[in-house]
Design a protein around this ligand. Sequence first.
Ligand SMILES: NC(=O)c1ccc[n+]([C@@H]2O[C@H](COP(=O)([O-])OP(=O)(O)OC[C@H]3O[C@@H](n4cnc5c(N)ncnc54)[C@H](OP(=O)(O)O)[C@@H]3O)[C@@H](O)[C@H]2O)c1
Length: 279
Amino acid sequence: MTTHPKSTHLSTDNTGSSLQTVFAVVTGASQGIGRSIALEFARRGIVPILIARDEKNLAAVASEILDTYKLEPVTMSADLSDRASVNHLLAQFEAFPGRIEYAVNNAGFGDTTPFIDCDPSSLDEMIELNVRAVVRITHFFSNRFRSQGSGRVMNVSSTAAFQPTPYFALYGSSKSMILNLDQAINEELLGTGVHVCTLCPGPTATPFHARASSDRSLLSRITMLDADKVAIAGVSGMLRGKRLIVPGLTNQLLRLLVRLSPSAVLPKVSAILMRPRES
Ligand SMILES: NC(=O)c1ccc[n+]([C@@H]2O[C@H](COP(=O)([O-])OP(=O)(O)OC[C@H]3O[C@@H](n4cnc5c(N)ncnc54)[C@H](OP(=O)(O)O)[C@@H]3O)[C@@H](O)[C@H]2O)c1
């Protein structure tokens, strides 16, 4: 794990009453939506702590932020699908002296391989990254934020969380679990100064789809959004205290449609939309 805990920027705290450096943890910040979220925090004067596995990509995002916003982010290389690595990361945060006000669990991956054909080790990896790491990091920062009297967690779920998703079965289920967890613990945390919200993007143009082979689905082709737009909606929704953020009108309409549809129909419609097509 590489850490560069050096920052030069001062920004106002949540109350705006005093000047101090405020940090935001962003997992999966080396590319895609996470990179855009980190840039959006930096644009607002909040210093991102960038986490992912690829140190070279992390360094590239860090220098982009330094060049554009004159902020020096912290970078931490960690494999969040590995339990020892997650524990090590949390120990690093235990000792981190700066004021962290925001934590975004964004790292995740999908796979459109039919469930029965998935490699068991890939199923385990998805549960470790999309669920277990998110649970542990959310638990850690909820406690830290409660002790300091303020802080916000945002977990990146997906519109796949809203219904069963054939051809994305475990992925959609992992995202449903996170959505339900967030909405439940946010209620438990009322009055503590800690706020937990969920960002549910629809298909977004990032390298995610190459790994998941999901860019050939009908739904992706119809509703693809830009990562910067998703990040801006996420960060501004989080700062405004929204509980659930669904970027894009089409995604919001699709969610409404899901809520109004009979539950028996949903997996069937979802299968039509999600089934990978020949390019
Ligand atoms: N793109 C979409 O259409 C879409 C739609 C809805 C929701 N989402 C969700 O949005 C989040 C971000 O997706 P994205 O589209 O930005 O994906 P992406 O472009 O593939 O980026 C994923 C990020 O996670 C990091 N990561 C992957 N595995 C990791 C691991 N084991 N440990 C630590 N970091 C890891 C990657 O960096 P390294 O490879 O260097 O580790 C990268 O920074 C995910 O949770 C995804 O499920 C995406």
